[in-house]
Structure formats: C-alpha cells, structure tokens
Design a protein around this ligand. Structure first.
Ligand SMILES: Cc1cc2nc3c(=O)[nH]c(=O)nc-3n(C[C@H](O)[C@H](O)[C@H](O)COP(=O)(O)OP(=O)(O)OC[C@H]3O[C@@H](n4cnc5c(N)ncnc54)[C@H](O)[C@@H]3O)c2cc1C
Length: 444
C-alpha cells in the first residue's frame, strides 16, 4: 500500500507493482499529482505547481522515458535577477558562487564594494554542516549572498540562505570549501552545453496521469489516511471521514506524504521518526498565473525566461517565470495570449499570503509593472496556494533524515519517501521513492 499520491507515491506504487505486488494507493485530495498540477487560465492548460525538472540528474528523464513521455527543454531565453533597481541578466554561477567574476561585474548585480569583496575570497574553516549563507558569506561576502545566493535558494526552497543546510542543498560547494578556494574550483568546472531543465509538452502536470496509466496499481482519491498501526500480518490504515472510518490492511506501507502528515501517522508506531519529522519546518508559497493579450505586453520580454527577486529588495513577489518565453509549448497554445506566473511566500513570511486571491494578483501586477514594465490588465488569472508546500532543510538535515530512516527501518514493511528527505526537486523525490521501494521489497 502507498499513502500519498504526489510524484513520490505514484513512483513508489508503480515500482511496487513492477515488483509483482498488488498495490493500492490512497490519496487524500480529489486528484493525484500533489505539487505537479495543471489548471486552466484563459482557456489554456498550464502548470500551477512545479513547472520543470532538473535534466542534469537522471531520475526525472528516466521516468519520462519509462512512461513514454516526450521531454522538452526551455528556450534560450535568459533568466534575470532584479537587483539594484534593474533587471540584470543572471550571471553563471554554482548556486550563487560565480563562475566568472568579470561576467558578475558586467551584470551589475553587485555594488562595486560587494564585487570587490567577492573578488577577495577569505579562506574560512568549514565544519560538518553550515548554512549555505554562512558558508558563502564567510568566503565571498554578505552582498553576494543577499543578491545572488538568496534568490537562487529562495526559488528552490522558499527558504533563507542563512538557514538552509549546505550539506543538504549544495554538497558540491561544501566539498569544494573543504578542499580550498570556491572561486578557483567553480571557475574550473567543465562547461556543459547540455540543457539544465526539462519538462513535458503540456507541462509537468501531465506526468502524474502518465505514471498512473499502465502502472498496474489501483488508486483511490479523496481517501485521507488518518491512522497507521501494525498488525500481525503487516500494517493497517484508517481511511475516510471520522463518521465512516474504514480499515485497509496491507503487508507493507510506503508513506509518501509531506512531513507534517507523516509525523502524525507515525506518532504511535515510530515515535522517534515522528518527532524528527515534526521538527522539519515548512514554507507556504503561492503561484499566481496571469494571462495577457500578447499585444499588450512589451515585445522585448520574449528574451527573458523570467527573473528572481532577492529579499533585500523588499518587493512582494520572489520570482516571475515568463512561461510564454521560457517554454515553446506554452507560446504555441495561443499566439494571442501570453501566460506568465509570479511566486510569493518565503519561510517565516506567511503574512504575505494572508491576502485574498485578488490581493495576491494585485501585488503581483504592481511588482511586474515596477520590475518588468508590464502594465496591461490580465485577461484571466489563477491563484494556487501551496500551504506548507516546501520543507525547509535546516542545518543538520542529513543527520535528521538518517535518524528517521534508522527508526523506520526497525519496523518491517514500512518505508518513507517524498520531498522531506533527500531533496525537494522532482528527480530527488523520484529517487527517494525508488529507495523506499527497494527497502520494502528487499526486506521480504
Ligand atoms: C509552487 C511549487 C513549485 C515547485 N516547482 C518545482 C520545479 O519547478 N521543479 C522541481 O523539481 N520541483 C519543484 N517543486 C518541488 C516539487 O514539486 C515537490 O517537492 C514534489 O513534487 C513533492 O512531491 P511529493 O510526492 O513528495 O509530495 P506532494 O506532491 O506534496 O504529494 C503528497 C501527497 O500526499 C497527499 N497526502 C497528504 N496527507 C495525506 C494523507 N493523510 N492521506 C492520503 N494522502 C495524503 C497529498 O494530498 C499529496 O497529494 C515545487 C514545489 C512547489 C510547492
């Protein structure tokens, strides 16, 4: 049995079915997919959750191939960062550590003082784990962290550079820091022309359905699991409303929910793991999708795939993706309509999201006007909230995950997977599901 029908649960269910199991997947909401979700905006179906997957890791592309999906890559439109009063082309970097200091200088992202500090790396000692912000600020200065590392990390985790674990989020940088100069080693990285990201034509929201089709497992939606307990033969879960509880039994259970429900479900049977899961904080975010008439939007914007906004700039949105410029498939949906999205919400800044939907649209439009010169009225809008949507990998996260897995491993036929463990990106989440399948099938 699998609990949770996000991409982790779907991949786990498919893997267990491929291993010859009878699999039932229980999903609490009316549809599978979790953060991979599409919606209609101005009659066009676009992603309102995750919109790309890393193509430099194998798991996402391998899954697409397994389910027979074509993949597409972003156009050559360049990403940007709003810094010091202008949109600046994003300099090439490894999570903010510049590959080329002259390119960083030319971008104008940093002030002359910030740039001078970044040019003079300080050799600071590195322990087992440290926040990404602390690691990079000690070496290259606070301004580089505030204006480059922060927005890049904020885009992935909706978190803060000075809280997120370097060991979990940027192990490559941490390893480099242990060996010597970050600048020298990053500058020496081989240049790759391979695309960094991929999606499916029609969006990442199509992937869940493809994983279900022909996956050989049964899905029940609107089936929230409320309790989990061991039985002599394996495991039993309680599903459904409190007025009509139903017990479903299985030999093994893969728990593929976010950390908060996982903590609740494990509280009785694996309290140590539950305690550790409950200690993982989450950030709430919202994605606002806006559709405009093509003729109302400045033509030059086609050159940009979007932009990130550092918190130090004190705007409300933290990023905007110009979906129409980034993805050919979006532009081809309707040449007369352009679709773009903004994202809002960082860890600890829930007040931003307390506005009603039209308030989030309004602040998005205000920021887009100020930063991208888009002053048109949208023809349609869509607001998708993701409450507690992104787990925060605090310093020490890897040790915490090791403790969770060790505690869960003491209960035969039980495994956990999902965004709370080995990375929040889709390929990492798929990897965690494959690992969960291996652990329950190996145990028997
Ligand atoms: C706005 C946003 C944009 C993102 N963009 C990207 C991106 O572009 N690229 C990328 O790689 N990653 C992105 N991510 C991260 C990535 O999408 C997620 O980390 C990943 O999809 C999580 O998958 P999951 O299966 O672990 O969890 P989820 O997708 O959260 O799925 C968990 C499922 O469990 C269900 N559930 C919860 N409790 C219960 C219960 N008690 N019983 C039954 N079911 C339950 C939920 O309803 C949900 O369907 C983004 C995340 C967000 C929020």
């Amino acid at each position: 049995m699998v609990v949770g029908g996000g991409i982790a649960g779907l991949v786990a269910a498919r893997g267990l079915a491929a291993a010859g199991r009878d699999v039932l997947l229980l999903e609490g909401s009316p549809q599978v997919g979790g953060k991979l979700r599409s919606a209609e905006v101005a009659g066009l179906t676009v992603d309102v959750g995750a919109e790309a997957m890393l193509a430099r890791r194998p798991e996402g592309l391998a899954l697409a191939e397994e389910v027979g999906a074509e993949v597409v890559h972003p156009t050559s439109a360049a990403s940007a960062v709003w810094s010091r009063g202008a949109l600046r082309t994003m300099p090439r970097s490894l999570m903010g550590v510049p590959l080329d200091l002259d390119q960083l200088a030319a971008s104008g992202v940093l002030s002359p003082e910030g740039l001078l500090r970044a040019r003079h790396e300080v050799d600071t000692p590195v322990g087992d784990d440290v926040s990404v912000g602390e690691l990079v600020a000690g070496r290259l200065g606070d301004e580089l962290v505030d204006r480059l590392v922060e927005p890049l990390l904020g885009g992935v985790y909706a978190g803060h550079a000075r809280a997120i674990s370097a060991a979990a989020a940027v192990p490559q940088l941490l390893a480099m820091a242990r060996r010597g100069s970050l600048l020298e080693q990053v500058a020496g990285l081989p240049l790759s022309t391979a695309p960094v990201f991929a999606s499916l034509p029609g969006g990442m929201g199509r992937l869940p359905g493809l994983v279900v089709d022909g996956g050989g497992f049964e899905v029940r939606t609107a089936a929230t699991v409320r309790a989990l307990r061991r039985t002599p033969g394996g495991w039993a879960v309680t599903v459904g409303p409190t007025t009509h509880p139903e017990t479903v039994e299985a030999g093994s259970v893969v728990l593929a929910t976010p950390s908060v429900p996982a903590a609740r479900l494990l509280a009785d049977e694996v309290p140590d793991a539950a305690g550790e899961l409950a200690a993982i904080d989450t950030a709430s975010v919202a994605v606002v999708t806006l559709a405009f008439r093509t003729r109302d939007v400045p033509g030059g914007l086609l050159d940009r795939s979007g932009f990130l906004v550092p918190p130090v700039e004190q705007r409300t949105i933290k990023a905007s993706t110009f979906s129409f410029a980034k993805w050919a498939w979006v532009r081809e949906l309707d040449p007369d309509v352009v679709v773009l999205r903004t994202s809002l919400g960082r860890h600890g800044e829930e007040t931003t999201l307390q506005a009603a939907d039209d308030g989030l649209v309004r602040v998005s439009l205000t920021d887009l006007a100020a930063m991208a010169g888009i002053t048109a009225r949208p023809v349609d809008t869509h607001v998708q909230r993701w409450g507690g949507g992104l787990p925060q990998y605090a310093v020490g996260h890897l040790d915490r995950v090791a403790r969770i897995r060790a505690a869960v491993a003491t209960r035969p036929g039980l495994a956990v997977c999902g965004a709370a463990y080995d990375g929040v990106g889709i390929p990492a989440v798929i990897g965690s599901a494959r690992r969960a399948v291996a652990s329950v099938t190996r145990a028997e």
